[in-house]
Design a protein around this ligand. Structure first.
Ligand SMILES: Cc1cc2nc3c(=O)[nH]c(=O)nc-3n(C[C@H](O)[C@H](O)[C@H](O)COP(=O)(O)O)c2cc1C
Length: 182
């Protein structure tokens, strides 16, 4: 069986000014069978090539959406990507089964601490609740949504914690090795 291929869509409006997304992107760039696709670099004018993106999706088994949490949602470039690429007949609706059985992994960072994402907290809702539109999107497209990898309190994360988080991310993208005889 061929090992799975992973497509990482990096969605940051200004990667040069990013600390977290930039660090995590560097951490996974050299991984085998992982394609890193920086959407803002590929489409500086935001004119997303849906045919090219759909071909990329067809060629991979796991899709990662890696992004900073912006206004309780994904950055605009990823929303634009969804609007253009997840079309009727491709991702949903009659004949729209291109993504069925693939895996969706969310990798995101937030400014607010974990404790603020709770009823009665500063952000009022849990991350699970706020991620429901993405969960519903995955479900409509037949994608199996994995447990999101979330880094909270991004501005207060020190270099060691960021490194440990990057190691967790790399481990997530490393396919389990089948050991003969087990
Ligand atoms: C336009 C914008 C909107 C943001 N909205 C939120 C938000 O809704 N909730 C939150 O916890 N953090 C929010 N943040 C903080 C970012 O999530 C945080 O700075 C980011 O995850 C850090 O990653 P980076 O270094 O890759 O930019 C926002 C930041 C920006 C610039």
């Amino acid at each position: 069986m061929t090992p799975p291929r992973t497509l990482v869509l990096v969605a940051h409006p200004d990667l040069a000014a990013s600390r977290i997304t930039a660090h995590l992107t560097t951490a996974i760039r050299d991984m085998e069978r992982v394609t890193v696709h920086d959407l803002s670099a590929a489409y500086p004018d935001r004119r997303i090539d849906a045919v090219r993106e759909q071909e990329l999706l067809r060629g991979h088994d796991t899709i990662v959406w890696q992004f900073p949490w912006h206004w309780y949602s994904v950055p605009g470039i990823l929303k634009e990507w969804m609007d253009r690429v997840l079309t009727y007949g491709f991702a949903y609706g009659a004949g729209g089964d291109a993504l069925h059985g693939k895996r969706l992994q969310l990798v995101l960072s937030t400014g607010g601490p974990e404790s603020s994402y709770a009823p009665g907290g500063h952000n009022r809702f849990t991350m699970d609740e706020l991620l429901r539109p993405l969960d519903a999107t995955a479900h409509l497209c037949g994608l199996d949504m994995a447990e999101p990898l979330v880094l909270h309190a991004a501005p207060r994360v020190d270099a060691d914690e960021l490194e440990r988080h990057a190691a967790r991310y790399r481990a997530l993208l490393t396919p389990a090795v089948a050991v003969a005889g087990l």
